[in-house]
Design a protein around this ligand. Structure first.
Ligand SMILES: *[C@@H]1O[C@H](CO)[C@@H](O)[C@H](O)[C@H]1NC(C)=O
Length: 350
């Protein structure tokens, strides 16, 4: 009696979080993406993008509503792995794409229409000392980007993960070294930076936790490092890697569990509130909210039933994603007032 009562209690604590079911959007039969699909990013219109388009590590493409190419890195050795959109200080939509092999971030500018391709791209920031970068997050108030990377070794040491920032002029600065780091995200109020940290021992994955820092988004500094969540203590999934992480406008943090086909959802307090179970993916690599209302969580990874293809699942959330919402806030500044003695008609003719 007593033993079963204790088990019932344990069972209750493990199953306390609600479990929701995602549905399949792009299957192995429909997809133009390869198994290394990663780096989900949303644009202002709510379109979703990802990497490994055409199964090429050098290419990123649009996932919805049609599949076509967004970007191809100029070097054949490139490994593009993360995408984020931003509205720059002039009100123009731009995109940042990280290249894990060449230790750099590209910036795409001069978009041809709200839903169109970018006319120009160039290297925005780079540093040979970056381990990768693997993924990125943006603090839109300052346009600062934050980058995570890792060196995957059988016995992890501090220094196998790193955190970098690039300021608006593209200057890269290392903010810290950690066990291997991967998922990275900024809270909607830009006061917290989340960073995943994982450890291997003797070739096995033995720890997966999420670190939180106080963020000064304007200065590009982090402080007050603490453990926000530790999967070994929460649900015994310490051997399952954290990959992409995203916040919604309420500050909830969505965390990929790469290997068990789930996304764990945390309240801003750190409480694990629910899981989303994927339909067509076990190795969920990256996520973001998109769609016209920004509430549709898109999740990508190698297809469960065909490991040569990249699949996409969706889940309809209650609130919009942080990245989507930030892109709506940014408005084009009004044009400068006409110069003295020069009316509207005169200006238009110039
Ligand atoms: C990655 O880790 C290996 C094994 O510890 C080490 O030899 C190598 O120098 C590391 N690479 C970098 C870029 O830190």
């Amino acid at each position: 009696m007593k033993v079963s009562f204790i088990f019932a209690l344990l069972g209750t604590s493990v199953l306390a979080a609600n479990e929701f079911q995602a549905t399949s959007l792009l299957t192995a039969a429909d997809t133009k993406f390869g198994p290394a699909i990663e780096g989900v990013g949303v644009d202002k219109a709510g379109n979703i993008y990802a990497t490994n388009f055409d199964s090429e590590l050098t290419k990123a493409g649009k996932v919805t509503s049609s599949q076509n190419q967004l970007f191809q890195a100029p070097d054949a050795e490139a490994y593009v792995n993360g995408i984020r959109f931003n509205i720059n200080s002039a009100g123009a939509e731009e995109a940042y794409i990280v290249d894990a092999a060449l230790h750099r971030v590209y910036r795409l500018t001069d978009r041809q229409g709200a839903d169109g391709a970018f006319a120009n791209s160039g290297i925005f920031c780079q540093d040979e000392k970056m381990l990768q970068p693997n993924d990125l997050a943006i603090a839109p108030s300052s346009g600062r980007i934050f980058l995570s990377g890792m060196n995957y070794t059988s016995d992890t040491v501090v220094g196998n993960g790193d955190l970098w920032t690039c300021d608006g002029s593209g200057t890269a600065t290392r903010l810290g070294q950690f066990h291997r780091t991967n998922g990275i995200e900024v809270s909607p109020d830009e006061k917290t930076l989340y960073l995943s940290e994982s450890e291997n021992k003797g070739g096995a994955v033995v720890a997966n936790r999420i670190l939180a820092f106080d963020l000064d988004a304007a200065a590009g500094t982090v402080s007050n490092q603490r453990v926000f969540a530790d999967f070994g203590k929460l649900d015994n999934t310490e051997a399952t890697d954290i990959d992409g992480m995203r916040t919604d406008v309420s500050g909830n943090l969505y965390v990929t569990r790469n290997g068990i086909g789930k996304v764990a959802v945390f309240a801003p307090s750190g409480e694990l509130t629910s899981y989303i179970s994927l339909a067509s993916i076990d190795f969920v690599a990256s996520i973001d909210f998109g769609g016209a209302d920004g509430k549709k969580l898109h999740m990508v990874g190698k297809c469960k039933d065909d490991d040569t293809k990249g699949c996409v699942d969706v889940y309809n959330g209650d609130v919009a994603g942080r990245a989507f919402s930030d892109l709506q806030k940014s408005t084009t500044p009004p044009p400068p007032p006409p110069a003295t003695g020069c009316g509207k008609t005169g200006r238009a003719r110039k």
